[in-house]
Design a protein around this ligand. Structure first.
Ligand SMILES: [Zn+2]
Length: 559
């Protein structure tokens, strides 16, 4: 198959999207940059001058390696639609597509099953050679490092085996072309070169020092770890600092915030970081318990107190003795339960239902609500005296849409949590998936994100990344307008990718516009239960237009 046919078969151009309004370029799931070769060249020069050739070479190889791996992910997705060798050829094709070099495979000995790989590639028009020669002139060493890194990363990810390419000839050292040879890492005699693909010590040292600084800084500004509370955004940190200050004191904390912001996780943190950490943490969602059962649930019941109370039972307060009781949705408490709760808070004493024996309890109460309790007070549904007891120390937990910068951190933590549960190795999120997660509005907050990530982990292939299709949220992706480049290289009208694909497959099956129109109209009318106005709305046309077309199509079918 020719290169041109390959480009067409894999629809590469339609996978490149310019979203100019948002300032994004996408190649499938990867965010791309259209950057000046001269700017990249300047960065490259500075790396060589400041770090020395060897370290700069390592950095550039690894940078290329990373982008080769990303492109291999894309190629692996295309494997269903082509022969393995053709898919392997997409590597050079993508390299050319991205404007880096024209690459021609000159030899390839590939045994997919045995994991054998020996390959050679000739390059023409290497951007890196051009840039290197411009600054340093022709010297004694090959210098197309990002390109060799790319080839290595591509084949490594593609084969799931560490394959290393080394440039053997290069314009930079006076050869008449650049060419590379690749084979499995362990087969190279030159292991010094292979080692360059692993992050070198300076990176590790810097990383370790940085971690140490972060840890020291954390232990200076805060006595405690964050545990399951994850976030670096300003909104998150202000809530966290408030919480932190209350941890050691016996004060009753009221957690405020929308459903799904993770109030129970905050309450649990408070417990774990208080003097009661060794005691029990008991949680109860007041809205989940029927009104007539809430009192026995909270305060316990004596045997025979009512029909069905077959034995005496401790309530949540007694079970939380010496620890923390977390009452979620406290605004839903019945008036009778509110009276009793107030009494426990005032006296530290309670009686089980149907019992007059007084029991002393030592419980720290953390309450939470997602309703406006002030309104509930005004309308008489909540006691104001109880409110003042509960709300001595209110902490507002921000909704996820006000702490979007925390989304990547949260998502990574959730992947780390769920991947082992589903026995998978997940390499994080694709750029596009991250972008979509950040664009979305999150009405269901952290809980919604967590559900989505769990489902994504289930759907994603092991060893891969979570892509947009694995974490699609309703109505979110549709808001992204993108522009595809057609075969002639011109920019087309905005179209949703899914829509395009659906149309494409329709066209492949031998399209009949009249028949499809008829089918669509029949479906819409059925769906609308025969109501033409409603059916027309589903189709995005007027009732009159629909009636006209229906009449016309029945005519043509009668003919
Ligand atoms: Zn070269």
């Amino acid at each position: 198959m020719s290169k041109k046919q390959l480009v067409e078969q894999f629809n590469l151009r339609s996978r490149l999207k310019f979203n100019i309004d948002e300032g994004n370029i996408w190649l499938d799931e990867n965010r791309m940059l259209l950057l000046h070769a001269s700017a990249f060249g300047a960065l490259r020069t500075e790396l060589i001058q400041s770090l020395g050739v060897l370290r700069a070479k390592g950095l550039l190889l690894r940078m290329g390696f990373e982008s080769g791996q990303r492109d291999a992910e894309l190629a692996r997705k295309l494997i269903d639609s082509g022969e393995p060798y053709d898919v392997f050829r997409i590597g050079p094709l993508l390299h050319a597509f991205e404007g880096l070099v024209k690459a021609e495979i000159t030899s390839a000995e590939i045994d997919w099953d045995k994991g054998v790989f020996n390959g050679a590639v000739d390059w023409e028009g290497s951007w890196e050679a051009e840039s290197h020669i411009q600054t340093f002139g022709i010297g004694g060493e090959v210098a197309c490092w990002t390109l060799a890194g790319y080839a290595s990363g591509y084949v490594t990810r593609f084969f799931n085996r560490f394959v290393v390419f080394r440039e053997e000839q290069c314009l930079c050292c006076g050869d008449d072309k650049c060419s590379i040879v690749g084979k499995p890492a362990e087969e190279w005699d030159d292991q010094e070169y292979v080692k360059l693909f692993k992050p070198d010590n300076i990176d590790r040292e810097i990383r370790e020092l940085r971690e140490e600084v972060t840890n020291l800084r954390e232990s200076l500004c805060s006595k405690r770890g964050r545990g399951n509370l994850i976030g670096e955004s300003q909104a998150f940190k202000s809530a966290f600092h408030l919480l932190e200050r209350a941890a050691d004191s016996p004060i009753n904390v009221l957690l405020l915030g929308e459903t799904g912001v993770g109030k129970e996780v905050f309450a649990h943190w408070l417990h774990k970081n208080s003097g009661r950490a060794e005691g029990p943490f008991v949680a109860l969602n007041c809205s989940a318990i029927p009104h007539d059962l809430i009192e026995s649930e909270l305060f316990g019941v004596r045997k025979g107190a009512y029909t069905g109370a077959e034995e005496s039972r401790r309530g949540r307060f007694e079970r939380a003795d010496g620890g923390t009781l977390f009452l979620d949705e406290v605004g839903d408490l019945s008036p009778a339960a509110q009276v009793k709760l107030l009494r426990v808070l005032q006296t530290g004493e309670l009686e089980r239902l149907g019992d007059d024996k007084t029991i002393k309890v030592d419980v720290r109460l953390v309450a939470a609500t997602n309703v406006n309790l002030n309104e509930a007070i005004t309308s008489g549904r909540f006691r104001s005296d109880l409110y003042y007891r509960l709300a001595t120390y209110p902490v507002q937990i921000p909704p996820l849409r006000e702490r979007k910068s925390d989304i990547p951190l949260l998502a990574e933590a959730m992947i780390a949590k769920y991947a082992p549960l589903y026995s998978k190795k997940i390499k994080g999120l694709s750029d596009k998936a991250v972008h979509a997660l950040i664009e979305y509005d999150w009405p269901g907050n952290v809980r919604e994100l967590e559900n989505l990530i769990e489902r994504g982990v289930l759907l994603a292939p092991s060893g891969g990344v979570l892509e947009l299709e694995h974490v699609l949220m309703q109505g979110a992706a549709a808001t992204v307008t993108e522009v595809a480049v057609d075969k002639a290289g011109t920019v087309q009208n905005p179209k949703k990718e899914g829509e395009l694909r659906a149309f494409e497959s329709l066209l492949d099956d031998g399209f009949d516009l009249g028949r499809h129109e008829q089918t669509l109209m029949t479906m819409a009318v059925d769906k609308a239960g025969g109501n033409l106005t409603h059916a027309a709305k589903l189709l995005g046309i007027s009732r009159r237009q629909l009636a006209y077309r229906l009449a016309k199509s029945s005519e043509s079918y009668e003919e």
